[in-house]
Ligand binder design. Sequence first.
Ligand code: ADP
Ligand code: MG
Length: 475
Amino acid sequence: MAQGILAEVMADTALVKELADVAKDEALLKGVLMRIQETPNSSELVTYAPFTLFPTPVPRAVFFQAMEVQIHYNTLVDRISRDHDFLRDALASTVEVDQFTARLFSIHQQILAEGGSQAVVLGLNRSDYMLDQQDDRSSSLKQIEINTFAASFGGLSSRMPDVHRHVLKVAGRLDESRRILDNDPAAGLARAVAKAWELYGSERAVVMFLVEDVQRNIFDQRYVEAELWKRNIPTVRKRFDDVCQTGTLGPDRKLFVGGREVAVVYFRNGYMPQNYTSEQCWDARLMMERSLAAKCPDISTHLAGTKKVQQVLARPGVLERFFPDQPEVVKQIRATFAGLYTLDMGPEGDETVALALAAPDRFVLKPQREGGGNNIYGPEICQVLGAVKGSERTAYILMDKIHPAPAQNFLLRRDGPLTATSCLSELGVFGAYVRRGGETLLNECVGHLLRTKSSEHSDGGVAAGVAVLDNPLLV
Ligand code: ADP
Ligand code: MG
């Protein structure tokens, strides 16, 4: 069995303790860093970002399946973002009941009415998967979601391979150590940002990271910034407030913030309703969208990443719309889809409700939200679907629950106990693309991320304090 590879090491309590100390120091040495919770906006005190003591076995075939399909996902997202009729129809029922999506959609409509904004499109995304391993022979790669907005951990995951390599060496497992793959999403993401910056065509213009008010995970972004500075591309970090107070849009639609012209807006904030703390934040978002700067993502690519769009894509014949002459691409993408079900009003949605009520443990109920902790599981699905009135249910989609096989590991987090834990992992694959007008100038898979959490938790990422960073050990 896959988990067996490191079973002997894991059973040696004294060795595990020694390795945990070694691992934490190595993480600090390699820069797998986070600010501490108490002072999230200061770098005076930092700690290691939480991570697993050991890498997690991942079947080679599914790992490469995920890497290979990524450029097609890039193309798909980009094509959806340009298909305004599709976006309108797909989101029609959602915008009626979901205020946040409606607000984003209205910005999208306004940009369209004004004839579009930027010429250069920059897409950085992360497609997340779990392995469905219900009968323990087969592993089937199933997409959880694709993040087209603020997909994180490309920086820190670039530093993770060396940490596990070192742990395995100290554990006397040189063979396994050699099998940890190189990974450098930070460099690949930055390559695409740099390309967009170049195409904008002004040496003095900056790449603006639109950042959160609370910046505990700043180092993850600093790695991407560092890659840009290596190319002498200036970066600045600004909050919504800064844009509200100092942002201007000239008649030529050039965006200036704090007196600097902005070539690229890289959104690392703005995907949750609570990120928009005032009406001015919405005004600032609209101003950025209307500008000539390349937005990562632009408003239509943001909408293309919604869970409702994911559900619509899983309907028969929809992928064919985006790849009319490429049945093999359709097949490759569709193979990664889990069962997704509409909750739109009408007989199909009624059937979905019946399906969910009959076997809630088979499903996950998802609202149009990002950032972890929003999904609904088990008996709570019945409560929610029982309580919704009128068309409120259309704010959700229903998805088959994926069942990965648990693997033992140790989760290392500041002041946490060192106990063997049954864990589940989620594989993310980073994609990057740049398009100018009708011409795609870059389309790449730029790396991966493995996140692992205790199987007790059904939801939540690294930033939410549930999952930790990991590396795949291909088997
Ligand atoms: P978010 O946008 O909040 O990150 P996700 O769709 O990624 O929403 O779900 C959050 C977490 O919930 C995932 O990281 C995963 O752990 C769990 N999850 C989501 N969908 C499923 C599913 N279909 N089966 C099992 N777990 C899931
Ligand atoms: Mg997610």
